[in-house]
Design a protein around this ligand. Structure first.
Ligand code: ADP
Length: 234
């Protein structure tokens, strides 16, 4: 579905990606992990065409993405920090995004699922961070996109909403969708991810299953596996 070849990205003098290669062939959940600043968001934004690499090629369903932006209609993107206009209501924002995308949307079940009914006529500027994040989830999942890119989707969510989000991702994965997710929540990675892509020093340090990462690091627990990689790198 996605193939990334030899990606290099530098911001000024800061070399963030130094020859990143990986591919995602089938449905399932891929967790993109790595220390802060390792380039996780940069990779996601490069796939979306929001960041242009100095070198390298990205293919979506075997087509190079550069100057060929139609593929973006098949991606749902949940940004890490969604900036919404403060004076719109939740209802108005959802309608606005539906008009922009102009494809079928199914928001009602999601609004109910995340308990947003009573917030629909509130202005976005009045909402808590967690409620805004739930709105962000509705906006991302209401379209039937085969690929969903979620950048720290759990930020600010309460435990009940976190459980609901995990169940939603699981259901969508079973329907055949592909997810690329960055997260600090290791339970999400352990419970949902089929594959981990671990970024370190601008390159893919590890790609494989949670179990393979545990085996490689000799740890029983994912958090400890990751700590071991980071400590030996320090
Ligand atoms: P991560 O998601 O792994 O925390 P990012 O991809 O957000 O990392 O950022 C990688 C590095 O690139 C960081 O040091 C960040 O400050 C820098 N960076 C990201 N975007 C920009 C930008 N637009 N301009 C300058 N530096 C940037």
């Amino acid at each position: 579905m996605i193939r990334i070849e030899n990606l290099y990205k530098r911001f000024g003098r800061l070399q963030v990606l130094e020859g990143v290669n990986f591919q995602i062939e089938e449905q399932g959940v891929v967790a993109v992990l790595g220390p802060n600043g390792s380039g996780k968001t940069t990779i996601l934004k490069t796939i979306l065409g929001m960041v242009l690499p100095q070198e390298g090629e990205i293919y979506f369903d075997n087509q190079p993405v550069l100057n060929n932006w139609d593929y973006r209609n098949r991606i749902g993107y949940m940004p890490q920090i969604a900036r919404f206009p403060d004076n719109l209501t939740v209802r108005e924002l959802i309608e606005m995004i539906k008009n922009i995308r102009d494809v079928d949307a199914n928001e009602h079940a999601l609004i109910e699922r995340f308990g947003l009914e009573s917030s629909m006529d509130k202005k976005l500027g009045q909402l808590s961070g967690g409620t805004k994040q739930k709105v962000n989830i509705v906006l991302t999942f209401m379209f039937d996109s085969p690929l969903l890119i979620l950048d720290e989707p759990t930020a600010g969510l309460d435990p009940v909403s976190l459980i609901r989000l995990k169940a939603l991702i699981q259901e969508e994965k079973e329907k055949g969708k592909t997810f690329l997710i960055t997260t600090h929540i290791m339970s999400l990675v352990e419970e949902l991810s089929d594959q981990i892509v671990f970024l370190l020093e601008g390159q893919i340090f590890f790609q494989g299953s949670v179990q393979e990462l545990k085996d490689q690091t000799g740890q029983k627990n994912l958090e400890h596996s990751i700590a071991k990689i980071l400590e030996s790198d320090a």
